[in-house]
Design a binder for this molecule. Structure first.
Ligand SMILES: [Zn+2]
Ligand SMILES: [Zn+2]
Length: 367
């Protein structure tokens, strides 16, 4: 039994920090000492909607402290990072290389199920069993997770960088490599340069896209975009103006691939209208707000696809990402632009909401 502090949803749209108790892992569970946890916009959005008390956080990296019976992929002392796909590896989707769509994944089944409890009274707050966001709950010094959520880190990488692989990097890079499967020499527009957008840019550069146009409302983000692979940048102040600028850069054409990474439904018309005939619009993640979609926008062979978790199979893609990092082809350290101790969660949240950072990371060892 371990006592630790955790950041939890308060079931009223806010959070609080209090002590939790984690029981020893049971069969197929792993207890991880979390060293760093990334803060994702989804933590905030799901905190606002939470109707339960539960440990927040779904990007984490740390050390295996204990394993339950039957765990064979890691052992005590291993450095690991966590994924929230938690693929069962037995269902039809998992067996056809779509682990991100695993039929067991809680996040496919509704908002309330995004908060999963351990199968037993694994985590207690004031003597009551509580949930973990996306089956992880990384905003604490310790997390009790399923073995399928744990991926071994086989290279030298700081925990503060490794932790963001589990959501931001897999989602962004995977959207290019697994979902869009972009062609060498193509053109692409990336709407929204945040933690995900920056990894879309890197994926495009690695895939040898010829023209990579970054669009954001924040000039500072556009400066960063250039450092992460954008060949051109546009400060979006007006949709018509942005569309004109995209066409000017592409010599009157539109983009072969458009990655919508803001989740803001008001940008859907821009996303469709900047996609070339025969091109692909990739909606990365979840759209918020109503979006009137004119189906005529899909004419001339355009396709629209939602990228869920970057189409990633964690065992396969974590290894690929770590290898790219080791070869210095994928820059991850530079994405962590601010760190806070766990007990300064409010400051971390303020930084996230200001929107100037690529990724804010919590140092879960300091609390
Ligand atoms: Zn996330
Ligand atoms: Zn499955």
């Amino acid at each position: 039994m371990i006592k630790t502090k955790a950041v939890m949803s308060d079931a009223k749209g806010g959070f609080f920090i209090d002590e939790i108790i984690l029981n020893p892992p049971q069969a197929h569970e792993v207890l991880v000492e979390i060293k760093a946890s990334g803060l994702c916009r989804s933590d905030y959005n799901l905190m606002l909607l939470a109707e339960n008390i539960g440990v927040l956080g779904h990007e984490g990296a740390g050390i295996v402290k204990a394993i339950g019976d039957g765990v064979s992929n890691v052992k005590c002392g291993d450095a690991v990072l966590l994924n929230w796909a938690t693929p069962c590896k037995k269902c039809v989707d998992c067996k056809s290389n779509k682990e991100f769509l695993c039929e067991q994944i809680a996040s496919k089944t509704g908002t309330e199920d995004l908060w999963t409890k351990p199968a037993h009274d694994g985590i207690l707050h004031r003597n009551k069993p509580i949930s973990r966001l996306l089956g992880l709950g990384t905003l604490a010094r310790y997390a009790l997770v399923r073995e399928e959520s744990v991926n071994k880190i086989n290279i030298d990488i700081p925990y503060s960088s490794a932790c963001i692989i589990g959501c931001a990097v897999m989602t962004g890079w995977g959207s290019v490599v697994n979902v869009a499967q972009v062609n060498n020499g193509c053109s692409a527009v990336v709407l929204g340069i945040g933690g995900v957008g920056i990894n879309v840019l890197q994926g495009l550069k690695l895939s040898k896209a010829k023209t990579i146009i970054a669009v954001d409302i924040n000039e500072q983000k556009l400066d960063l975009a250039k450092k992460f692979g954008a060949t051109d940048v546009i400060l979006n102040t007006n949709i018509d103006d942005t569309l004109r600028k995209i066409e000017t850069i592409l010599f009157g054409r539109k983009a072969d691939y458009v990655f919508e990474c803001t989740g803001n439904s008001s940008l859907v018309p821009l996303a469709f209208q900047s996609t070339q005939s025969g091109g692909k619009l990739i909606q990365v993640g979840v759209l918020t707000g109503e979006s009137p979609i004119d189906m005529n926008w899909l004419h001339w062979g355009k396709s629209y696809v939602n990228s869920f978790y970057g189409g990633c199979c964690p065992d396969r893609d974590v290894l690929r990402i770590l290898e790219l990092y080791q070869k210095k082809q994928l820059r991850i350290d530079e994405q962590v632009t601010q760190m806070f101790p766990l007990n300064e969660f409010q400051s971390a949240l303020n930084a996230l909401l200001k929107g100037y950072d690529i990724r804010v990371v919590l140092n879960t060892c300091e609390n």
